[in-house]
Design a binder for this molecule. Structure first.
Ligand SMILES: O=C(O)[C@H](O)[C@@H](O)[C@H](O)[C@H](O)COP(=O)(O)O
Length: 239
């Protein structure tokens, strides 16, 4: 893997891939290395991965990695309040693209368990259930929208301040006005402090949105991705 550059004026490392295939390969190498370290040191590892469309090539590539997957816990950064088999469900994407081949044995932990009455009850239940996992995560792979949201920490969401609070529970129910479904999101504190925090982006729009967010790192609630500029962050980007 090429040595990443550092984005000028920030501590953010940037790995530029030529295309989504080379980017998926580079990200897989980095994630496998981090998971292997955690498995060696702790006997288990927690991998947190974003939803959306961008991670597909990476998840497919990662599924073939030679790891002791039975000892790897996998959690989505967030979830949409939709049925388990709905194509918009992030855990469905993880099952479809990651929990295959060697990675079929990984332990996926849903944010929304069956039979939950509403997102707030589901978030409370998940915060208790997921507490048993080996936090902080070995690696968190974040995505980002062009509005600077990450996970389901959306600018303007009424629950955003709760989601950004240092004492937030692991999982928060969110009602972002820009989205057509309610969401559950890991809180900023749950997503922070991982041994490696990686941001996966594709396209010029995301690159420009990252530059905008980096230009004013202090205004967290305007662009929640900024929370992650306060710790070591590695960006994996391709055109
Ligand atoms: O459920 C989700 O949508 C995500 O977890 C979200 O934070 C995602 O990472 C960004 O919206 C980017 O999504 P794309 O990869 O589809 O552009």
């Amino acid at each position: 893997m090429k040595t990443p550059e550092v984005i000028p004026g920030t501590g953010v490392a940037l790995y530029r891939g030529e295309d989504s295939r080379t980017l998926a390969e580079a990200l897989t190498v980095r994630v496998v290395d981090q998971l292997r370290q955690a498995l060696t040191q702790h006997g288990e590892a927690l991998l947190v991965v974003s939803g959306g469309r961008t991670p597909e090539a990476f998840l497919r590539r990662l599924s073939a990695a030679d790891l002791d997957w039975a000892r790897v816990h996998v959690v989505p950064t967030d979830e949409r309040w939709v049925a388990k088999d709905d194509p918009a469900r992030n855990s469905r994407m993880i099952r479809q693209f990651l929990l295959q081949h060697r990675a079929a044995e990984a332990q996926l932990h849903e944010l929304v368990s069956d039979g939950q009455a509403d997102p707030v009850a589901a978030a409370t239940e998940a915060s208790t259930r997921l507490r048993e996992l080996p936090w902080p995560a070995a690696v968190v792979v974040l995505g980002m929208g062009e509005d600077g949201h990450t996970a389901s920490l959306f600018p303007g969401a009424p629950e955003l301040q709760q989601g950004l609070a240092k004492d937030a529970p692991l999982v928060i129910a969110m009602t972002p006005s820009s989205q057509d479904t309610r969401r559950l999101s890991l809180s900023a504190s749950a997503l922070s402090g991982a041994n490696a925090t990686l941001l996966l982006l594709q396209g010029e729009g995301k690159r420009k949105a990252l530059e905008l967010a980096l230009a004013q790192p202090q205004a967290l609630s305007e662009r929640p991705i900024r929370v992650f500029f306060q710790q070591p962050l590695e960006v994996f980007w391709c055109p």
